[in-house]
Design a binder for this molecule. Sequence first.
Ligand SMILES: Cc1cc2nc3c(=O)[nH]c(=O)nc-3n(C[C@H](O)[C@H](O)[C@H](O)COP(=O)(O)O)c2cc1C
Length: 198
Amino acid sequence: MKILAIAGSPRRGGNTDTLLDQTIAGARSAGAEVEHIILSRLKIAPCIECNHCFETGRCVVKDDHQLLYDKTLEADGIMLASPIFFMNVSAQTKAFIDRFQCLWALRNVLKLPVPLPPAGAKRRAIFLSTAGWSKTKFDCTLSVVRAFLTTIEAKLVGTLCINGIDDKGEVEQHPEMLEQAYALGVQLASTDEAARSL
Ligand SMILES: Cc1cc2nc3c(=O)[nH]c(=O)nc-3n(C[C@H](O)[C@H](O)[C@H](O)COP(=O)(O)O)c2cc1C
């Protein structure tokens, strides 16, 4: 199983990075091949709403998103990790998501199917997030993530969203959350039906 793990925080070694590292370790322990992508190291311009993709289903903006588009379509599993910035995903993550407007166009304008991964089963995905304020709710962000996953034909099979975690490294003081992140990785990578639906 091929998994694409996408780190959406601009803060390297921060809370969502730490959770994602655990999730990756869990998936690798279950035998998955995981590619770790750090969005802040890539050049991904925001969508320019030129609507060229309405004719072709592909984005005309040439930057690192082209590579991620191919990798996303080849993946059986997606791990997306982003901190909460103003009640939403980070700008890096949002630009990554918005550029999949080309797949939205493929489905909804051109009425063509979004290609399934080579193994033929529907993609599965998990989402990890932390927020600094203890009362932050994740519903707005999860709506964004669900819209993205619908567009890339992936089913959301697990989330780990933790509020009240602000300083860099703070999540490491919560070993039970690291364990949950690891277990989510195992679950995503599992080919066993019972374990997959935990
Ligand atoms: C620009 C910015 C906006 C933020 N907005 C929110 C917010 O709306 N709600 C919240 O609870 N925390 C907010 N935070 C705090 C982060 O979500 C929190 O520190 C998170 O744990 C950072 O994760 P990271 O270390 O993976 O980047 C914000 C932080 C930044 C830098």
